[in-house]
Write a protein that binds this ligand. Structure first.
Ligand SMILES: Cc1cc2nc3c(=O)[nH]c(=O)nc-3n(C[C@H](O)[C@H](O)[C@H](O)COP(=O)(O)OP(=O)(O)OC[C@H]3O[C@@H](n4cnc5c(N)ncnc54)[C@H](O)[C@@H]3O)c2cc1C
Length: 276
């Protein structure tokens, strides 16, 4: 079974800073890591390869330094890795990103038919969670998001059954292969790379693929292929915490104090159509 895992290099912080002039992320001085969700996705891909055989291919779209996430993927069990790097890919929104990644999956499919694609649920910098579903839609694959568990794969029947997170609990879904899964952190704990694995990953070649290698249409790539215009981007102002009520000694008193405070709050009263 050929499994593809998409990994993104992200800044090692959830507290990303925005350049107010360009409305883009300030990456200088921030260390980069593999998106944590993607390492979980890779772990699951490797476990499936260990059970059913086949090959795990890792891909990342990014500048040359994104090779680091691919070396980590190789050390953790991927069989081969490709860096999608081309000036034409720069400035991509999620539409263009999913197009580029989908084209690379088609190129990998020509090597060996792809049955599964793994993505993280979201990248911890962009946070849109749109890339995985975008790839699945472009490729016409079944799509399972927020996956917590892979219960069963039947390669002969060409079927997969997964558990996914929904607001009220979990949902069990079955669908045909090829399929794309976006995964939650709870799905699997990424293994530690072994020393021989690390050494081998440093020796292994990580080819760079440009737009020609993935047979991409120039007008669907990067800034040209990105209909999204970011007008303004920023963090919402920090909110001060509200009043607290100590319910440990007299819970009843704490509840009445809380209610009184709420009822004296003009905004709350207005929402309920009450007079304070
Ligand atoms: C108008 C616009 C311009 C932008 N310009 C730039 C820019 O110049 N430079 C820049 O770095 N970013 C830019 N971005 C951000 C970029 O579009 C997103 O980082 C990218 O599309 C992925 O979206 P996301 O980070 O929300 O990932 P999500 O959709 O949250 O990611 C989900 C999963 O998709 C996979 N994935 C996502 N991105 C990649 C990737 N690159 N390689 C492999 N797998 C991936 C991973 O498995 C990940 O867990 C721009 C965004 C917009 C809207």
């Amino acid at each position: 079974m050929h499994i593809v895992c998409c990994l993104k290099q992200v800044p090692d912080t959830a507290d990303v800073k925005i350049d107010p002039e360009t409305n883009t992320l300030i990456r200088e001085g921030v260390e980069s890591i593999s998106n944590p969700y993607d390492l979980v996705a890779l772990e699951q891909a490797v476990r499936i390869r260990e059970k059913y055989g086949g090959m795990v291919s890792a891909v990342s779209m990014g500048p040359p330094q994104a090779r680091a996430v691919l070396r980590e993927a190789l050390a953790q069990g991927a069989d081969q890795a490709f860096l999608l790097s081309d000036r034409a890919f720069a400035g991509a929104d999620t539409l263009a990103t999913s197009y580029t990644l989908a084209q690379s999956i088609l190129a990998l499919d020509r090597q060996m038919p792809v049955r599964l694609v793994f993505c993280g649920k979201q990248a911890i910098d962009g946070d849109t969670a749109q890339t995985g579903p975008g790839i699945a839609t472009r490729l016409g694959y079944s799509q399972f998001t927020y996956v917590l568990g892979v219960d069963r794969i039947d390669p002969d029947m060409g079927e997969i059954q997964v558990r996914r997170k929904v607001e009220s609990g979990q949902e069990v879904l079955r669908g045909p292969l090829p399929a794309l899964l976006t995964v939650e952190l709870e799905l699997a704990e990424p293994r530690r790379a072994s020393l021989p694995g690390l050494m081998a990953s440093l020796r292994q070649e990580v080819p760079a693929w440009d737009s020609r290698a993935i047979e991409a249409e120039a007008d669907q790539l990067g800034l040209k292929g990105s209909p999204t215009w970011v007008k303004k981007i920023g963090a919402p102002p920090a909110r001060a915490s509200g009043p607290s009520f100590n319910a440990s000694s007299e819970p009843g008193q704490a509840v009445s104090d809380a209610l009184e405070t709420l009822l004296n709050d003009a905004d709350f009263a207005a929402d309920l159509n009450l007079q304070p």
